[in-house]
Write a new protein. Structure first.
Length: 765
């Protein structure tokens, strides 16, 4: 079994990242999960290929660039410490640039400069005690039901429990035989655990729970405590099974996302319907989707209109109506009619892939608290092993205490030392929090961003496209004496053609709707923060903000501008050379939930402020409608400076959607992009609201606070239980089997506590 690989030339990536395909730094809107640029030689010589390449290729921290990327799905990981075991073992392989295990999606990503490293990695995975498969492989088999699969899955536990029960029953009659049965049961059950412990020790993880368990069980047998040794083994296996169950539940949100994309699609070829694999679809293909079916990729509706249930992606329970040429996301369910769409996403780049990649990427952006616990756990276990050794040898050597008593207590302490519960306390909560956010249509880039959201004290909003819909309409055209309105619109709209600014697009559409034929303009130039200009038939035409004219307007036009701006409208002055032709005014409508969003933030004790390039009168009219403070007449650099000033005093979140908002978002403590915004804004942001519902912002902050609270609870539970049983074990009140319960039980409890976040409900719901 081998992997496909992709070749990313280091010099090509450095010279032009846009040409480096999947090797360029990923961003929310353009994630390449399955598109593979292979080398000239295909490494898959066998009939099966165990893993696909993964293009999450960022330059390694060491400064070296990996030419090849491989990925596998690792089966059997119960907690992040399992992930670290695989990571540690694989990183020891010569030629590996970087190896990273993403626990949430069970994926191992390896970067190397050696195309043939795959086989060695796969053998290392097996040697470490885990199995693997292709990262994108989906099971086509139905999940088994009934008692038989459960018995088969837990055969080892049932066999050990049955043998122990039988040995216990015959003990009054055949004590010697019973003793040997307990010993045999313990040794047979312990063999695979000890074997795995040895493999882990060789691969660089000598202090695994398997090692501690093996030492404790063998020590108990040495002391003649065969019944307790067998009981410890049984409880350990039950605890492992509980951890596996809890881990699978923690990943349930991610697994549900992966299942949203159907395996097959109906493709239209020459008018004929052909059923193909969803992985075979390409840009421009036309597919047909029946009511009740999900979209296999992002697409645009060819004709007509249809209703779609996008709740799995946006959290919006009410179906939405989409019309011809409108985009629909992969995973959406067609509600009412058969619809044909043209595919608009490449393989691995649809909406589901972007969310999955974000969750994977999030694991490399750990919260500060999580990074601290990772470092803490690495010296905690060796230290506790040293303490256990001291507990065993000091009382007998210095105080003439019996060796048997203190060896037993030292072994119990050894089992309590396992840091599993502590290690999983933070990532379990953060993974659940990220999954809950994704389910609501909020994408958060990692634990650090999730933690930062909980500390936000002020939220700064861009106006256009954020608080407003970003679709302004022309409301007034005021002409100067002797100027025809159609002539004015014809020339000013002509210099706006090609601009992506909402005001420009709106004016061009307004002119076209009136049937005005627009002339060709040359030398068109955007005047940043001022307006636009262009030349038509040798004459210079300009559209400028009133404050940027450089001369005084007559009293009548100045009065008209003031009235329009007091109504919350944006006004420009139309000029031919320096001759004033008239005024054009637009008005943008507020988002329906803008007022509710600001109110919800205030309920949480968070200040809100609007930052806009509009004039103060227009900004004041808008802010009065939603009860928000504002700063007006701000250029992009002014927004940055203002956000920097705010950030110096408290934690600030900047919410925006445009290229001009990206610097301010970067300057803030955390940047949040609107899902309909530009690629630059989405790439710069630490989080994104995919469905553009502003009220979800308060819910994101609530979720972050709930996650931080959950983490504190988990740490208290993990350390508290260990502390209690540490004391009771040293005093001889509790023994080995309680120590196992303290470890496995605490791990299961903190994981199940973290799962509560999956059912998070905001006060805004």
């Amino acid at each position: 079994m081998c992997t496909k690989h992709e070749a990313c030339r280091a010099n090509k990536t450095a010279a032009n990242p846009s040409q480096a395909g999947s090797c360029a730094s990923p961003k929310i809107t353009s994630i390449k999960m399955a598109s593979v640029a292979t080398t000239d030689t295909d490494c898959c010589s066998s009939s099966t290929c165990g893993s696909g390449s993964d293009p999450t290729d960022e330059e390694s921290d060491s400064g070296l660039q990996a030419h090849f990327s491989h990925s596998w799905k690792i089966n059997g990981m119960d907690c992040p410490s399992c992930a670290r075991k695989v990571e540690t073992a694989v990183n020891k392989i010569s030629g590996i640039t970087e190896a990273k295990v993403l626990f949430a999606t069970e994926k191992l990503i390896v970067k190397s400069n050696d195309a043939s490293i795959a086989a060695l990695v796969e053998q290392t995975i097996l040697d470490t005690g885990f199995t693997f498969s292709s990262p994108n492989q989906k099971s086509n088999q139905a999940k088994p039901t009934g008692w038989l699969p459960i018995i088969k899955q837990n055969g080892q536990i049932i066999a050990i429990a049955a043998a122990m029960a039988f040995a216990g029953l015959i003990k009054p009659y055949q004590p010697q035989l019973s003793e040997w049965l307990f010993i045999l049961t313990c040794l047979v059950g312990l063999y695979p655990i000890a074997k795995k412990a040895l493999s882990l020790a060789k691969s660089g993880t000598p202090f695994a729970i398997e090692t501690l368990m093996s030492v404790a069980a063998i020590g108990a047998l040495y002391l003649g405590e065969s019944v307790e040794a067998a009981m410890v083994l049984l409880l350990f296996l039950i605890g492992e099974r509980l951890e596996a169950f809890a881990a699978s539940r923690a990943r349930s949100g991610v697994q549900a996302l992966m299942e949203l994309v159907p395996e097959t699609a109906t493709k239209i070829v020459d008018g004929q319907r052909i059923e193909v694999s969803a992985s075979e679809l390409n840009l421009g293909d036309v597919i047909e989707v029946a009511p009740g079916a999900r979209l296999p990729a992002d697409g645009k509706i060819n004709a007509g209109a249809a209703s779609f249930d996008e709740s799995a992606l946006t959290g919006e329970s009410i179906p939405v109506e989409r019309f011809a040429n409108e985009s629909v996301m992969a995973g959406a369910v067609v509600v009412d009619k058969v619809v044909r769409l043209t595919i608009t996403s490449r393989q691995g780049e649809n909406a589901i892939d972007r969310i999955l990649h974000l969750i994977e990427e999030a694991e490399s952006r750990k919260a500060p608290l999580e990074r601290f616990l990772d470092r803490f756990s690495r010296w905690y276990t060796p230290l506790m092993m040293l303490v256990s050794l001291l507990v065993i040898i000091i009382p007998p050597l210095l105080f003439a205490q019996p060796w048997e008593t203190w060896v037993y207590r030292g072994l119990a302490l050894l089992l309590i030392a396992c840091p599993c519960a502590l290690v999983i306390s933070t990532p379990a909560a953060i993974t659940s929090g990220l999954a809950a956010a994704a389910r609501r249509g909020a994408l958060i880039k990692g634990g650090a961003a999730l933690e930062q959201l909980g500390h936000v004290q002020t939220v700064a909003f861009d106006k256009t496209g954020t608080l407003t819909k970003g679709k302004p309409e022309v409301t007034d055209v005021v002409t100067a004496a002797g100027v025809d309105e159609t002539w004015l619109l014809k020339h000013i709209a002509a210099i706006e053609v090609g601009s992506s600014h909402p005001l420009a697009s709106s004016l061009v559409k307004h002119a076209e709707d009136k049937g005005i034929e627009l002339p060709e303009a040359s030398d068109k130039q955007a005047l940043i923060g001022s307006g636009i200009q262009g030349i038509i038939d040798g004459e210079l035409f300009r559209a400028l903000a009133p404050s940027k004219l450089g001369f005084e307007l007559d009293a009548e036009l100045a009065s008209r501008i003031a009235k329009l701006e007091d109504q919350g409208k944006t006004v420009i002055v139309a000029l031919k050379q320096n001759q004033v032709l008239g005024l054009i005014a637009w008005q943008d409508t507020l988002r329906e939930d803008a007022k509710q969003a600001v109110k919800a933030l205030k309920v949480l004790g968070i200040n809100a402020i609007m930052l806009t390039g509009d004039n103060p009168r227009s900004a004041s009219a808008i802010s009065a409608q939603i009860d928000i403070d504002f700063q007006a007449s701000l250029l992009p650099q002014d927004k940055v400076h203002y956000v920097e000033q705010l950030s110096s005093r408290n934690n600030v979140a900047m919410v925006g959607d445009g290229i001009n908002d990206a610097p301010a978002m970067k300057a803030a403590s955390i940047g949040i992009a609107m899902g309909g915004g530009t690629d630059v804004a989405l790439e710069t942001a630490d989080a994104a609201i995919t469905h553009n519902r502003l009220v979800e912002l308060a819910a994101m902050i609530e979720l972050s606070r709930a996650t931080l609270s959950n983490i504190r609870q988990n740490i208290a539970l993990a350390l508290g239980l260990k502390g209690v049983f540490l004391v009771t074990s040293l005093l001889g009140i509790t023994g080995l089997w309680v120590a196992v319960l303290a470890d496995s039980g605490a791990t299961a409890i903190v994981t199940l506590n973290a799962l509560r976040l999956l059912k998070f409900e905001s006060k805004q719901d």
